[in-house]
Design a binder for this molecule. Structure first.
Ligand SMILES: [Zn+2]
Length: 67
């Protein structure tokens, strides 16, 4: 199981968990290492952050155990 960053507030944690749920609906959870944005994508190719960074971390949904 992926652990959320320890500095997350409860509200941020909720959004983080919601992001994981969305990742199960799509395929890939993307995380920008530069601006810390997260979003969902259905393909792990040609994914760049809206900030222009390509230092993006991709986490496939199958890496999240369900339940
Ligand atoms: Zn970014």
């Amino acid at each position: 199981m992926a652990d959320p960053p320890s500095h997350f507030t409860p509200e941020e944690l909720e959004r983080w968990r919601f992001g994981l749920a969305q990742a199960n609906l799509n395929n890939i959870l993307c995380h920008c290492r530069d601006c810390d944005a997260t979003w969902m994508a259905s393909d792990d190719e040609n994914i760049a952050c809206a900030c222009g960074s390509r230092r993006v971390e991709h986490v496939a949904c199958w890496q999240f155990p369900d339940g």
